[in-house]
Design a protein around this ligand. Sequence first.
Ligand code: COA
Ligand code: ZN
Length: 302
Amino acid sequence: MSGAGRRVTVVEVGPRDGLQNETVEVASDAKVAFIEALAAAGLPVVEATAFVSPKAIPQLADGDEVFRRIRKLPGVRYPVLVPNEKGMDRAEAAGVREIAVFTAASETFNRKNINASIDESFARFAPVVARATRGGMRVRGYVSCGFGCPYEGPVTPAAVARVAVRLLEAGCREISLGDTIGVGHPAQVRALVRAIAGEVSLDRVALHLHDTYGRAVANVWAGYEAGVRTFDASLGGLGGCPYAPGASGNVATEDVVDLFERAGVRTGVDLVALVRATAWLEDEVLKRRLPGRVFRARKGQA
Ligand code: COA
Ligand code: ZN
């Protein structure tokens, strides 16, 4: 099979989805260096931080400063997660060009995560999306708990599709379907992508897969075979959600890049530079974790 023309987009979410849940305090300087290393390795999109309530996510309270200080590479996108108008004020002041809003396919998770029902979350971010698109910003919409909810259990593909369609209608350019607690499996990925493809063009769909049960890489591949071409990932498998008990990290960026490159699918990412960044991450963050939160050693692929 020829690899010519086969490409995927890997969206790095470690500086946001990873660091939001980190038990180790990471200095602003280190966050800036982390983001710059990811972009330098060739990742086309690096989600830089979140302008959420510092009471909800104290780890990212310095997001404004971090965003401003990144030396931005031409051609690289640096979206920021924004939950409400207050976050949007901060985004505009910091010169953000792209934002992400978020809701969930589960009512209970939304209530715990953002203190709103699904309907209320749409009412809250509708003015944010309107402001962003008026200002020429690109907006991504996250759907959390697309494969299962830590509080409600199973989530149907129809429920996910409903929220996805509403996000696109609200003005999102892309939707990212999240397996927040990592319960998904390849057959479920195929079924979900099939259900979504009936409603939404797959070039506007990303998968955001967590590795709780060690299935994230298999799920990425199932998503690729089902027609998805954009995958979220986090360097070193960093991540988890403080409002999703038991959630472990995102699929590791280096594993996703390695998987695709070996299959002849181009990512544009330099795996050696990425693995070097992983070593840095290990020293700065992972080795400093408290006992009991031991970093699962990653294979040195370079
Ligand atoms: N940036 C900074 N501060 C913010 C803020 C923002 N975007 N949004 C709200 N706040 C502050 C308010 O000023 C208020 O502060 P005060 O108590 O000193 O007056 C406090 O946070 C509560 O604000 P309120 O508007 O009542 O919101 P809430 O308590 O209903 O919380 C969210 C709603 C969405 C702001 C909050 O739950 C949140 O930020 N969640 C983020 C969750 C997250 O990032 N999860 C992981 C990603 S999936
Ligand atoms: Zn995540």
